[in-house]
Design a protein around this ligand. Structure first.
Ligand SMILES: CCCCCCc1ccc(Oc2ccc(Oc3cccc(O)n3)cc2)c(O)c1
Length: 257
C-alpha cells in the first residue's frame, strides 16, 4: 500500500497555466508515475497546456477540448478518451465560473442568469462529467473536485460562487453514494486562497490572502503543490475507504472564526 500511481491513467480538467491548482495536481500525479489526460475549455488553452505537459516526467499525455456546458461535447470527449486510453482510474475536476460582477458587493445583486451560470459550470458540470466518465472507470476509481470555505459559511464577495460550491459539496456526497457500488470514490479538496488566474475575478482577493497569513493556525498560505499532494493521497490506495469527504488544505483557517 503506497502512493504510487504507476500504470494508472487520470483525467485532469481545468489546467489554464502554470499557476493553476489543476497543474499542481497534474505534477503530483506525474511524479507518482501516472499517465495524464488533459481536457481544456477551448482551443485557446490547448497550446499552453501541451507546452506545460512537455515538462512532465511522463511523455504519453493526451489532450482533448471539453466545454462542460455542453452535454454533447462531454459525451464526445469521453468517447474519444475511451477509444484512445480505454480505462481511466480517476478524474480531477478543477472547473468553476461565475460572472465577475457577481463576485463583489452584495450577494442580493445576483441575477437569475448569473446564479444558473455559476451552478451550471461550477456544480452541475461534475455530475455531467461523471455520467460519461464512470463507464471508463472499470477498475473502480477516485474523483476529486475543488471547493472553498465560502460554500460552508459567508466569505465577503464570494457570493454566488459560495452558493455554487455549497451545491458542489452536496453533489460530492450524493455522487459518492451513487458510485460507491462501482468502487468509485468522490471527494472534495477545500483549498485556501491560491493566486490563480481565477482568483483575479474575485474582489479584494489580496486582502483575504493577507488575513490567512496572519490568522490561519499555521500562519501561512498554501500552494498548488500542497493541493496536488492531497489529491495524490485521495487518488492513491491509502485513501481506499474515504469517500464523500472534503479535506481542507488551508493551513487550518476553516477551524477559526
Ligand atoms: C473572497 C474569497 C477569497 C478567496 C477565494 C479563493 C478562490 C479562488 C478562486 C476560485 O475559483 C474561481 C473560479 C472562477 C471564478 O469566476 C471567475 C474568475 C475570473 C473571472 C471571472 O469572470 N469569473 C471565481 C473563482 C475559488 O473558487 C475560490
Amino acid at each position: 500500500m503506497d502512493l504510487t500511481l504507476k500504470g494508472r491513467t487520470y483525467v485532469v480538467m481545468g489546467v489554464a497555466n502554470k499557476r493553476s491548482i489543476a497543474w499542481g495536481i497534474a505534477q503530483a500525479l506525474d511524479k507518482a508515475g501516472a499517465r495524464l489526460i488533459f481536457t481544456y475549455n477551448n482551443e485557446r488553452f490547448r497550446e499552453p497546456v501541451e507546452k506545460l505537459a512537455e515538462t512532465l516526467e511522463g511523455k504519453e499525455s493526451l489532450f482533448y477540448p471539453c466545454d462542460v456546458t455542453s452535454d454533447e461535447e462531454i459525451a464526445a470527449t469521453f468517447a474519444k478518451i475511451k477509444e484512445d486510453a480505454g480505462v481511466i482510474h480517476g478524474l480531477a475536476h478543477c472547473i468553476a465560473f461565475a460572472k465577475k460582477d457577481e463576485l463583489d458587493g452584495d450577494y442580493m445583486n445576483t441575477t437569475r442568469d448569473g446564479f444558473l451560470l455559476a451552478q451550471n459550470i461550477s456544480a452541475y458540470s461534475l455530475t455531467a462529467v461523471l455520467k460519461e466518465a464512470k463507464s471508463l472507470m472499470t477498475d473502480g476509481g477516485s474523483v476529486v473536485t475543488m471547493t472553498y470555505l465560502g460554500g460552508e459559511r459567508v466569505v465577503k464577495n464570494y457570493n454566488v460562487m459560495g452558493v455554487a460550491k455549497a451545491s458542489l459539496d452536496a453533489s460530492v456526497k450524493y455522487l459518492a453514494n451513487d458510485l460507491g457500488k462501482d468502487n468509485i470514490r468522490v471527494n472534495g479538496i477545500s483549498a485556501g486562497p491560491v493566486r490563480t488566474l481565477s482568483a483575479k475575478g474575485i474582489a479584494e482577493f489580496n486582502s483575504v490572502l493577507k488575513v490567512i497569513e496572519e490568522k490561519a493556525p499555521l500562519r501561512r498560505s498554501i500552494s498548488p503543490e500542497d493541493v496536488g499532494n492531497t489529491a495524490l493521497f485521495l487518488f492513491s490506495d491509502l485513501a481506499k475507504n474515504i469517500t464523500g469527504e472534503t479535506i481542507h488544505v488551508d493551513a487550518g483557517f476553516n477551524i477559526i472564526s
